[in-house]
Design a protein. Structure first.
Length: 134
């Protein structure tokens, strides 16, 4: 009976260790961090939610075709707040330029954002620690 109890205890411990590992994902699994792209468009929505804040930006290409781009923050809402983000940092209707890592999914309109340039020319980070602060 002792062996069965030990086996159950070991199984429970192993499961508990596996949960945190599977609960999060690597940035490089979804985003090509070796590349940087830039888009300019109009913010349609901003959601400061965990685990990653996100926004939707409508981009119009050279042919006049519109596409919604999904922009994912590289950090948590807590990090954004530490970096100075407030509800009015970026708002719907604002024209922005977003720079970051493109999606690894071919044809996907997605970016893991590093920086966002606002209409006044100021630049805010979207979850990544600015290079000059590393």
């Amino acid at each position: 009976m002792k062996f069965a109890d030990d086996a159950v205890l070991l199984a429970v411990v192993l499961l508990m260790l596996a949960i945190p590992v599977s609960a999060h994902h690597s940035l490089t699994s979804f985003w090509d961090v070796d590349k940087t792209i830039s888009i300019t468009g109009i913010v349609k929505s901003v959601k400061l939610v965990n685990p990653h804040a996100n926004m939707t930006v409508e981009v119009t290409d050279a042919n006049g075709q519109k596409a919604d781009w999904s922009i994912t923050a590289r950090g948590s809402v807590s990090l954004l707040r530490q970096l100075g983000w407030k509800e009015d940092t970026v708002t719907p209707g604002m024209k922005v330029t977003v720079e970051g890592s493109p999606s690894r999914n071919p044809g996907a309109h997605g970016i893991a954002a590093g920086t966002i340039k606002r209409p006044d020319g100021s630049v805010v980070t979207f979850g990544a620690i600015p290079r000059d602060q590393n």
